[in-house]
Design a protein around this ligand. Sequence first.
Ligand code: PGA
Length: 241
Amino acid sequence: MGKIIIAGNWKMHKTQAEALEFLQVLKSNLEEANEAREIVLCAPFTALGVMSKSLHGGLIRLGAQNIHWEEKGAYTGEISGLMLKELGVDYVVVGHSERRQYFGETDETANLRVIAAQRHGLTPILCVGESKSQRDAGETETVIINQVKRGLVDVDQSNLVIAYEPIWAIGTGDTCEATEANRVIGLIRSQLSKKEVTIQYGGSVKPSNVDEIMAQPEIDGALVGGASLDPVGFARIVNYQ
Ligand code: PGA
């Protein structure tokens, strides 16, 4: 078991004003008894600065949704670890299936980003997951093992989070059975040298299914997309029973 981390992945949602409004409502809905759970909000780059000022010293940590492997240079549209660190960011999502599908991310580029994040003292959240056709073809285990292996070449596993996100469960409302997510996460853990790495489940996590997911012994947290946009619902997810 790793440290419990519940992270929201806002994707391309929320202006600065909307982000600040969200924080106010979220904070007033968190239960103090749950302080052992780390809460992370992976916001768009444009909202990170104001969120960081409003969060300083609190329980909620900030995450970004991408990081380039170089410190600076001619890489239009990319962002470096130095820039994120200056904003008070602690986590960064790497290798999300939407980046792989729409922006040409591969296991190799994800690996470079993971290493860059660690070099800047950021914790990478490396996402892995199989597609529906891979699952139907019985390839889930091979796909996941390969993604983990290639994503973690030369990576220090003491500062790492992995998110198992079956692609067919993302944004579809079609959650992976909790016991099946637990099985695949156990498989991921068996590939690691450090067994205490936090491994999250992601894919249609919501207030109505989070309790069952978090009751599974291998699952150390959740990476929540759509349901992280509503502060009351996200607070309910963080306050899972
Ligand atoms: P979802 O997204 O919760 O909307 O399914 C999860 C993710 O993409 O991280």
